[in-house]
Design a protein around this ligand. Sequence first.
Ligand code: ADP
Ligand code: MG
Length: 245
Amino acid sequence: MTGDPLIELRDVNKHYGTLHVLQGIDLTVDRGEVVVVIGPSGSGKSTLCRAINRLETIESGEIRIDGRPLPEEGKELARLRAEVGMVFQSFNLFAHKTVLANVSLAQTKVRGRKRDEADRRSRELLDRVGLAAHADKYPAQLSGGQQQRVAIARALAMDPKALLFDEPTSALDPEMINEVLEVMRQLARDGMTMVVVTHEMGFARSAANRVVFMADGRILEDRAPEEFFTAPRSDRAKDFLSKIL
Ligand code: ADP
Ligand code: MG
């Protein structure tokens, strides 16, 4: 740990009706860290990501990004969303816009860049995710793995301080998973702060600084990957690992 917290959650609680979906979550992600979040379906992983990006409100506790509390609404909230990018399982690209336009759009709208400046940046980022040759195509002309890499380029175009990934490869055919994970590994090597919800244990072992194991709205383990995978402490984690490994 560098001791330079970028994302901080303190005693965060949230209910959906009677379901206590986040139960006193404490989590700190330092600048440059890669934290992989794993756990059974329904444990609250997506809700956690959405709370960090304020796509969900919380009832109590505190979330800080780079030392500042999450804004409630308005311009400050738009700025926060630009600072903490999110990549979802479904890529949500605009079907009627080219790849280049998909990556440029928010740059002009949120970051206030001129179109040609945004397009220049978009081409750099498309090159970085291995899609320079596809800038003028439409999403439907790309594979799922390519579309997800466009979504990553689009998130990077906001110059985020951190990126949240919620099961970014779960919707992909197996042969496309690795090309997306490889882009994510490269981002990790370049020092991007990342929170990654994934079932890809190979990625967790190779790219994560820490593995956070969630079950029933709680963080049960938060440890280095080699420790977690070789000697999980909680019965829930042992049970989970025995099912997926
Ligand atoms: P995970 O991503 O770990 O599978 P989620 O955060 O998606 O878990 O969901 C945690 C629990 O909260 C699940 O039981 C889910 O059914 C419930 N849940 C998620 N979103 C909502 C919602 N908008 N309204 C009601 N319940 C929800
Ligand atoms: Mg989920």
